[in-house]
Ligand binder design. Structure first.
Ligand code: GDP
Ligand code: MG
Length: 163
C-alpha cells in the first residue's frame, strides 16, 4: 500500500542509477541482490517529509527475444498496475531511439500521470541536446543527471505534488 512511483525505460538509460539516487536517504532498506534475476526492485524514498514506494522495473532484461515485447510491454504493465505515477526515463547521450518512440506511444495513453525524465544531462551542452525530448509529447519533462543528482530535486518536488 501507499503511494508508488514506477521507473520505466529501455535498457541502459539509467533507471537503476535513478532508483538508487531517489532512495539515497533510505538505502539501508533496499535489497541488494546483484546478479539475481528479478523482474522488479522495490524501495522506499522520502522527500519533504513524505514517504513513497519506488519500483525499478528494469531487472528482467532479455536481449535474446524481442526487446519491446519482452521488456517494455512488461515494464509498462507493471507500472500501470502498481504505480500512481510513472517515470519514463530516456537518455540524452543516445538521443531518442525507436524503442523510446514505441514506449512513448504506449505511455501517452496511460491513465496514470507520466513524468518524462531525460537522464544523463551532466552538463550545459547535454541540456541543449536534451530539448529534442520535448518531441515525445509529454507535458512534464525533467532534465536530470542521476549520477550527480542534478535536477532530481525538481523531479521529487513534482512526485510529492502528485501525492
Ligand atoms: P538501466 O539499465 O536503465 O537500469 O541503466 P543503469 O542505471 O544500469 O545505467 C546504465 C549506464 O548509464 C551505467 O553505466 C550508468 O553509470 C550510466 N548512467 C546512469 N545515469 C547517468 C548519468 O546521469 N550520467 C551519465 N553520464 N551516465 C549515467
Ligand atoms: Mg537497471
Amino acid at each position: 500500500a501507499g503511494f508508488t512511483v514506477a521507473i520505466v525505460g529501455r535498457p541502459n538509460v539509467g533507471k537503476s542509477t535513478l532508483f538508487n539516487r531517489l532512495l539515497e536517504q533510505r538505502k539501508a532498506i533496499v535489497d541488494d541482490f546483484s546478479g539475481v534475476t528479478r523482474d522488479r526492485q522495490y524501495g522506499v524514498a522520502e522527500w519533504c517529509g513524505k514517504t513513497f514506494n519506488v519500483i525499478d522495473t528494469g531487472g528482467f532484461v532479455s536481449r535474446s527475444e524481442d526487446v519491446f515485447e519482452k521488456e517494455i510491454r512488461k515494464q509498462v504493465l507493471i507500472a500501470l498496475d502498481e504505480a500512481d505515477v510513472i517515470l519514463f526515463v530516456c537518455d540524452t547521450a543516445t538521443g531518442i531511439t525507436t524503442l523510446d518512440d514505441e514506449m512513448a506511444d504506449v505511455l501517452r495513453r496511460s491513465p496514470k500521470p507520466v513524468l518524462l525524465v531525460v537522464n544523463k544531462v551532466d552538463n550545459a551542452a547535454r541540456l541543449l541536446e536534451a530539448n529534442e525530448f520535448y518531441a515525445l509529447g509529454f507535458d512534464k519533462v525533467f532534465f536530470v543527471s542521476s549520477i550527480s543528482g542534478s535536477g532530481t530535486g525538481e523531479l521529487l518536488d513534482e512526485v510529492v505534488a502528485q501525492m
